[in-house]
Design a protein around this ligand. Structure first.
Ligand code: ADA
Length: 558
């Protein structure tokens, strides 16, 4: 399943789900000719008994039968972490970063074709976003793959920006169209949302050229999207040649009418102040790795809402579209962030890091622009926002995202307390602080202090979120002494913090670290202090079994 709705009714799209041939590849080896394994896609190779901790390269192979000469567009929703794609032996794409989608084109004659994807999850010089970290970089084609059959030209993507206008709704709609033909084509673009048909006009597009069609439309009788009433609409855009009756390509998106603003130290959705009560969530499960199947996504969402939360932070990378689709449907607010956790200054200053971050930001915003549930974009969790050189990179990334999307507020989560010098660059100030766990501070006083740090360093008047707080709790470890690591201690710490934060009316939100325990990388320094090589601050364990803190969170969140 690619999405929770059908994305095309004209363009033929086939998901390449199921078993693919699989073979590990040594460091110096080329593409294998023999494949001894079959592994599921989407999936992580760590779920296979021979590859439980395998870090390195491997090849996936799929045969494809094509009926008539056609141009194929291969869509990869996420390959962890580097993919090189070959079609009939010819390299057609490479991509870095597990958590963003990419496409590749291949022209195919009738007959059988072979697609090979060389995947790498090793940590090395070329991998700046994936390295030994407090979560696990799995290996494999972790998100769905699809093949699309393209005719002449295609809609690459649609961008829908709703706006409130004199009490009614209007929207800016953009359609990015590429002519894949060698010759110029006259193309007419039309749209349909609810009962409203509209036109983007027609124009000539040169061979191989991409153009953006734009229109602003009023929509009567549409219902607003909110957490309480998450009304969604299908937006269907079609292409046709002016002389012809039938459209030859389409793209369907699902959108919601809502606005997000920040004013007077608060966040507003549709003009009304909201307070986010949510969880940080990693895409991780012991039976699926990062390739979480739909049923388990739904289970997570059920637990999150059962505890009374209204928000999720996609720590620390862009999430699977299907999870975001679910948030759209259930009215869960999303803070989505780029893939960047804990870069020291030197790491940030590396040109490759910057390039990989900018690519990730662009792909995140382009791919997820239309999700009404996403109300915040964020960058660079706990990086060098306390240094002048680091500040320039925060500025660059925040400006990049603002240019791609000016309809959502931006933030970043800092742990630099009073030393942070980037608050003025963001729309929302956000703190990761662990009172009663890493430090022995009073949570309420620390929160007040954080507000002062922000106010004194450029964050005055901006909404403030406590983006992380929590404590270890080993599932099943119960002891009346309440020593560190017991479920009792974790529950007690969370109760104290949530009570303190809830009484601070200036807070615009809080995100518990974290929803579920997650696997961490096993082989480096300080991470060895993570018992069981997992981050144990989940309110549920890796199998989603509730700890004592579950009922505590539920009591205070609902
Ligand atoms: C950090 C970080 C998280 C996690 C957490 C912890 O603030 O952002 O990824 O590592 O601390 O558990 O210590």
């Amino acid at each position: 399943m690619l999405r929770l709705f059908q994305t095309n009714s004209i363009r033929k799209v086939i998901e390449l789900e199921g078993d693919w041939d699989f073979q590990p590849v040594g460091e110096k080896e080329g593409i294998p000719t023999q494949f001894h394994y079959r592994l599921p896609v989407p999936g992580c190779w760590e779920m296979h008994p021979d590859f439980l901790t395998y870090r390195g390269r491997a090849a996936y192979r799929k045969k494809l039968h094509v009926e008539k000469k056609t141009l194929l567009r291969l869509c990869f929703k996420g390959v962890s972490h580097t993919a090189v794609v070959y079609f009939d032996g010819e390299k057609i794409a490479d991509h870095y970063n597990a958590y963003t989608a990419f496409t590749a084109y291949a022209s195919a004659e009738p007959g059988e074709h072979e697609m090979i994807v060389l995947v790498d999850n090793a940590f090395h010089e070329d991998s700046k976003l994936h390295f030994a970290n407090d979560y696990y970089t799995y290996g494999g084609m972790i998100r769905p793959v699809a093949v699309e059959y393209i005719d002449r030209a295609l809609i690459e993507r649609i961008q829908f920006t709703p706006k409130k206008d004199n009490g009614g709704w209007q929207a800016d709609v953009e359609a990015v169209v590429t002519n894949v033909d060698e010759h110029a084509l006259e193309i007419e673009v039309s749209g349909l949302l609810g009962d409203k048909r509209f036109s983007f006009g027609k124009r000539f597009i040169g061979g191989g050229e991409t153009v953006v069609f734009h229109t602003t439309e009023r929509f009567e009788n549409v219902l607003t999207w909110s957490d309480k009433s998450p009304n969604l609409y299908l937006l269907e855009v079609q292409l046709k040649n002016p002389g012809e009756d039938r459209p030859f390509d389409d793209c369907i998106e699902r959108v919601g009418f809502r606005t997000v603003t920040t004013k007077d130290g608060k966040i507003q959705v549709n003009g009304e102040d909201i307070v986010l009560k949510g969880f940080n969530r990693h895409e991780d499960h012991p039976l699926a790795g990062a390739a979480i199947p739909y049923q388990l996504m739904v289970h997570d969402v059920e637990l999150i809402t059962d505890m009374g939360a209204n928000a999720v932070r996609t720590s620390h990378y862009p999430n699977d579209d299907r999870f975001l689709d679910l948030c759209d449907e259930r009215g869960i607010y999303v803070w989505e962030e780029n893939h960047a956790r804990g870069f020291e200054l030197e790491h940030m200053l590396d040109r490759k890091t910057q390039e990989q971050c900018l690519n990730c930001n662009r792909e995140m915003v382009h791919n997820h622009y239309n999700h009404p549930s996403i109300i915040i974009w964020a960058v660079l969790n706990e990086c060098a926002s306390h240094t002048p050189e680091g500040r320039e990179l925060y500025r660059e990334q925040l400006e990049q995202i603002r240019q791609l999307d000016c309809s959502r507020p931006l933030t970043y989560a800092t742990h630099h307390r009073g030393q942070d010098i980037c608050f003025d660059l963001a729309d929302i100030v956000s703190f990761n602080l662990y009172p009663l766990w890493y430090t022995d501070e009073d949570p309420g006083k620390l929160c007040d202090q954080a507000r002062k740090w922000a106010d004194e360093a450029g964050g005055l008047g901006k909404p403030m979120i406590m983006s992380e707080f929590g404590a270890d709790g080993y599932y099943g470890l119960r002891d009346r002494t309440q020593v560190r690591g017991t479920e009792e201690r974790q529950a007690d710490i969370l109760a104290k913090i949530i009570v303190a934060y809830s009484s601070r009316s200036y807070l615009a939100g809080m995100f518990i670290w974290q929803f579920a325990d997650c696997r961490v990388v096993e082989d480096t320094g300080w991470l060895l202090s993570r018992a069981g090589t997992q981050n144990n601050k989940g309110i549920v364990d890796r199998y989603r079994r509730p700890k004592l803190a579950y009922e505590v969170v539920k009591k205070f969140f609902t």
